[in-house]
Write a protein that binds this ligand. Sequence first.
Ligand code: HEC
Ligand code: HEC
Length: 241
Amino acid sequence: MKKITVIAAGVAMIGMSVGSTASASGQVTDVKDWNTGEGEQSVAMTLTPDRENGIEVYEVCSACHLLEGWGMQNGTFPQLAGQHRNVLIKQLADIRALNRDNPTMYPFALPESIGDEQAIADVTAYIAALPMNPDNGKGDGTNLARGEELYKKNCPQCHGDNGEGNQEKFYPKIQGQHYAYMLRQFEWIRDGKRRNANPDMVKQIAEFSNDDMRAVIDYTSRIAVPAANLGPIGWQNPDYD
Ligand code: HEC
Ligand code: HEC
């Protein structure tokens, strides 16, 4: 009963926020304004995570991201498993604060649904420790040499040589992520639709054509994830029955 009311309220708020953010527009344009750590993000980072509550909260998330946190190859839902915890905290706090539009998830991510900053601390620690999907979605493999060239020229300074990202700097791990999800995000970042995106990445990829974009993301989707970070094929999360 209670949950349904909360979701309805969330959906009503989305309607309002879409109208207001559309006019405010506002992809961050100066890197000084990116990742200011305001609001819930800095609070969540100081709290000690509680694993049991992390499992409890993650059950809500699993409706879309699946119990294993592996997401879907078709890109509808990203893999979350194994992502740097700082990245998860930032993205979740940004989504809750409407700094990153995610109307599908928004009502489920609100404090009324999962709890305050402690819930962010708990669920992100839980997710970051999950083993990753050994079979992420890939592109069509037709332009990999070009993709590799573009990657090496434009991406390692932030995402690392192997797409491993950077926990301290809040740069996402992109190795092992689904192709279709990454393609959508990359396009939104290039075209100014992911408002919380790092402005230096936006500049770096501004001249990418759609073909360049597909090539570099296809290459990225094939970067090997270290075996120690992968779950076995068909792994089922033993924390749920
Ligand atoms: C109703 C479906 C749904 C639910 C429930 C849901 N999510 Fe999501 N989540 C999504 C979608 C869809 C995206 C990708 C949005 C996009 O493409 O911009 C996403 C993206 C994310 C991202 C960003 C990932 C990245 O790589 O940047 C994080 C972090 C995340 N979700 C965490 C959570 C957590 C934690 C919960 C539970 C509290 C949760 N989600 C519940 C649908 C959902
Ligand atoms: C200046 C640093 C920088 C450069 C260069 C850069 N990125 Fe990023 N990238 C980021 C940051 C930071 C984010 C997360 C932005 C945010 O806070 O929402 C991101 C997000 C992404 C995402 C979305 C990840 C997710 O989980 O949602 C993809 C995909 C991506 N980058 C791919 C690339 C590729 C491919 C290149 C090279 C062509 C590249 N980036 C170059 C910093 C960079």
